[in-house]
Each structure stands twice: as C-alpha cells, then as structure tokens.
Design a binder for this molecule. Structure first.
Ligand code: AHR
Length: 512
C-alpha cells in the first residue's frame, strides 16, 4: 500500500502542463549580482524600530544587547543582510539627526506626523542604528532630510559619522557621545520621495536641490554613494530629468520605488484573498521587470557605461493592516503570496544586475512585507524571510544568463508567465538556480539544460504550502519553512523538475 502511495505521489508530481524549458549558458557569466540587492529598509514607523528591532535596555524582559532584540538579530544574521536603509521613508524628511544623539533622557521628542502621529522619543538614533549595522555586519544607508532640513544639517551628519576624530566640532561631539572613531558610512540618500511626502517637488526643482546637497556631501577620502530620490513606478520623466540635469560626478545612484498593490484605495486583506486578488498582486509584482527595463533604458541614454546605479530602495507587497491594529502602523501578515512576490522580484533584480546594484525590501520588521514579525516576546520568520534566506546564495555571485520558455498562468482571460528563474555561480564554483512557479493551481514540469556541467550531487530546497493564503502565526511560527526538494531527475546535461503550484525552489549544483 505504502509503495502504491509513493508511486501515486510521484505520478501526480510529474503530471503537469506541457513542458517548460530553461537553458543556462554556464560559460557566459559576466555580471556580478551585487549582494546589496538583498538589502532592507527600516523606518521609524509603527513597531518597525520600537518593539521590533529595539526594546531599549530598561523596563524590558525581552532579551537584548544594548537594547537591540537578540532574537530578531539572530534571525536577521542568517539572512546575511548586506545593507539597511534608515530612518525613512517619509519619516526621513521630518527627522533631525541631532535630536537622536547624546544622553537619552535629554533627547527631545517629536510627533511622527506620517505614521500615526505617535510620540517619537528619539531613543533610537544614529549611534543605535550604526551599532545595529555593526552587529549585523551590514552597511548603513542613511536617508537624509531634504524636505524640511538644510544642506548644513546633512553635511554635519556626514561629518559626524565619517570625519576623523578631532577634525571638527561635530567629531568632538561624537567623541563626547562615546564614539571616537568614524563609522565611514558609504550610502547617502538625498531625500526620499521628493515628488510626494519628501516635499511635493517637481523633478527640475529637486534636481537643482540635489546638486546643491551633493556638492557638500563629501568627506574628501572615502568613496561615497550619493543617491537621488527616485521615481515612483512608471514616472519615467522623473528619471529622465535627474539623469539629464544632474552632473554624473555628483550622482552615484538613482532610486525607484514600486509596491505590489491591487489598488491604493482598496488594498484588500493580507491573508483573506481570492485568486483574482492574488493574480492582480502577481501582475503588479511582475511589473517590476518592465519598470526596471524602462528606467534603465533612460539611464542608458545618458550613461551608456552604466556608472550610475539603479537602487530599488523600496519594494514589497502592501495590503490593509491587520484588523484591530493602528492603521498608521502598516502591520500586515505575510503569506505564501508574499513568498511569490519576493521570489519573482529577486529573480528580476538578479537578471538586471548590470544596472540594479541595490534593492531594499519594505520593510524589515513589523511593517508591510516584513521578514520578521514580533509580538511582545514572540517572533515569526515569515515566508518572505525564507525566500530571502534561500536566495542569499546569489549574493556577490556571477549571474549566469538564461533563456526560459514558460507556460501561462491563466486567470479568466488574462495570463502571466507561470515560471521565472535566475542563476548564478558563486566563488567556489557552485551553481545556484532559483525558480518560482506562481501558478495558483497548476504544477509545472520544467526541463533545465546546462552547458558543460557535470550534474551530480544536486541539492534542492523548496518553499510551498497547502494553501496560498497560509502564513506563519504566533501560534504556529514554523508552519511554512523550506524543506529538502527531491522531485527532479537528471539525465545527461538535463534536469527534469516537477514544481508544485505556488512554490519557490533553489537548486545547488556543486563544482565537478
Ligand atoms: O514604506 C512605507 C512608505 O512608503 C515610505 O515611508 C515611503 O517612502 C513610501 O511611500
């Protein structure tokens, strides 16, 4: 009986649509997948910082190191977080960094006008953030205040973090606050969403302001990356004006923001959704490909040598907040649907790594499409966490160009390609292939061919679930997690793979 069931399972596994194909030319790898594509974004928003990353040292029973939650830290370390963008988001253009340094009981409070009008006591400031980055061994990306700040304020922030000791009044202040040596922060965002919450500016006006800010953002020694506040979605004119009007010696990267969303006025529940809503979110997620290609084409026109990078420094799924939570806190659950967003989006970034050099998932903890959710002492690793962990094998590996033909995922009279993939070869010579089947109902068979590769000792991991709406809850935190994947066969230079519906697979092919 058992044998019969096993055979049945294998047969069902391999009974899928017609064959999809994926061919990888292993000899043609050239571009490096910048590890910063696996970056994060942590804003002073809801319980993203307070309660999520930071609980302070006093009045808490939650284990912490200098106020930073050790359970969250341990989870994040496994992701190999390369870079964290902070303190916003919209919050950044209201933030005055000097309010967040020095003795905590002397730091002034402010109202967080963008996110729930709650009191911000500034207990998590520059020192705390940069210490978090040190603990994670991640690069900090500071997002400066253009909307309501000054050039002097941002230049002083740079001096505070980067200038050698004893070189200016702010470096003396840094020493008084317990840090003698500079941190040497490389990534500097000049405002955020300048077209919206960052000041409702026109692109020409922002480009002029950017030129002024960037001129004074220098520390003379270190190679800084100055990042222009970028377009929202398909606002191609924004990118055009920045690339045209900002001299490229002042411009290291242009940002882009795109959220996977059904409708800004009717986002829908994060956990209770129909297949139609799922399909719409997949359409929105896959739109990233077109956005990256069209913004890149404009950048190519002004910068054919690709010296200016594209940083997608906010991306992710956006739904209604969880019932009963503060609408200004953007706390949402995270299902297998989010794993699909993460899988297809990371494949898109990998495949465009010649221009996309950084991306920042919005947001790290407890806000929008988070990798970790917390509730008091409890913590959940979300399906998105698991995709970020499975895919981190691509960090700093060489992209392998691929060609894919995919069946359609059909909903009503609309279609999307069911499969997406990316592949890379790491420094040890291991080839990793990440494949996503977004089809909500159909399994997919795939024939994968690799040139000049010895197919032996292949290891696979899969993330899937019984239902696309499933998620890890505080009661069942490990319901969804990666498991070994064995539904493939090798023959010559081909691998035949059977992928269940809504699944993410990563294969590792060791060197010969
Ligand atoms: O991530 C939430 C918000 O979305 C950010 O603060 C803002 O930049 C964007 O509109």
């Amino acid at each position: 009986m058992k044998v019969y069931f096993c055979w049945l399972a294998i047969c069902i596994g391999f009974t899928a649509h017609s064959q999809n194909t994926l061919s990888i030319d292993v000899a043609k790898g050239k571009e490096i997948i910048n590890k910063n594509i696996y970056g994060h974004f942590a804003e002073h928003l809801g319980n993203g910082i307070y309660g999520g990353l930071y609980v302070g040292e006093k009045n808490t029973t939650i284990p912490n190191k200098n106020g930073i939650r050790t359970d969250v830290l341990d989870a994040l370390k496994k992701l190999k977080v390369p870079v964290v963008r902070w303190p916003g988001g919209c919050f950044a253009d209201t933030y005055h960094w000097k309010d967040g340094i020095g003795a905590k009981n002397k730091r002034p409070s402010m109202l967080n006008i963008w996110w729930g009008n709650v009191k911000e006591d500034n207990s998590f400031g520059t020192h705390e953030f940069l210490q978090l980055c040190e603990m994670l061994q991640a690069e900090p990306y500071l997002s400066g205040n253009v909307g309501s700040g000054t050039v002097q304020e941002m230049a002083d922030w740079l001096a505070y973090t980067n200038y050698p000791k004893g070189s200016s009044p702010v470096t003396d202040l840094r020493a008084t606050n317990g840090r003698t040596e500079p941190w040497k922060v490389t990534y500097w965002g000049i405002g955020n969403e300048a077209w919206g919450c960052g000041g409702n500016m026109k692109p020409e006006y922002y480009a002029n302001l950017y030129r002024q800010y960037a001129t004074f953002l220098t520390d003379g020694k270190n190679r800084l990356m100055r990042i222009a506040s970028g377009a929202s979605d398909g606002d191609y004119n924004w990118t055009e004006v920045l690339m045209r009007d900002i001299p490229h010696h002042l411009l290291d990267a242009v940002a882009l923001h795109h959220y996977s969303i059904i409708n800004w006025n009717k986002k829908g529940s994060a956990t209770t959704f129909s297949e139609e809503q799922y399909f719409k979110i997949m359409q929105s997620a896959l739109q990233m490909n077109e956005l990256v290609e069209k913004h890149s084409a404009i950048m190519d026109k002004y910068d054919p040598q690709k010296k200016v990078a594209l940083f997608v420094d906010e991306w992710g799924g956006w739904y209604d907040v969880e019932p009963g939570t503060n609408p200004g806190f953007l706390f949402q659950q995270n299902t297998m649907r989010d794993a699909m967003i993460a899988g297809v989006t990371l494949n898109i970034f990998n495949n465009h790594c010649d221009r996309v050099k950084m991306a920042n998932l919005a947001q790290m903890v407890n806000v929008l499409q988070s990798v970790v959710l917390t509730h008091q002492q409890k913590i959940i690793r979300t399906p998105t966490y698991h995709v970020m962990e499975m895919f981190n094998v691509h960090q700093d590996a060489t992209l392998l160009p691929l060609h894919i033909t995919s069946n359609n995922y059909q909903f009503g009279n609309q279609t999307l390609p069911a499969l997406s993939a990316s592949a890379s070869k790491d420094k040890e010579g291991t080839i990793h292939i990440s494949i996503v089947n977004i089809d909500a109902k159909q399994p997919q068979n795939l024939t994968l061919s690799l040139s000049n590769t010895h197919l032996q000792n292949i290891k696979g991991r899969i993330l899937t679930a019984e239902k696309i709406q499933q998620y890890n809850s505080f009661e069942q935190p490990d319901l969804i997690q990666p498991t070994p994947f064995t539904q493939f066969k090798t023959s010559g230079n081909e691998i035949t793979i059977s992928m269940p519906p809504f699944s993410v697979i990563v294969l590792a092919i060791p060197p010969q």
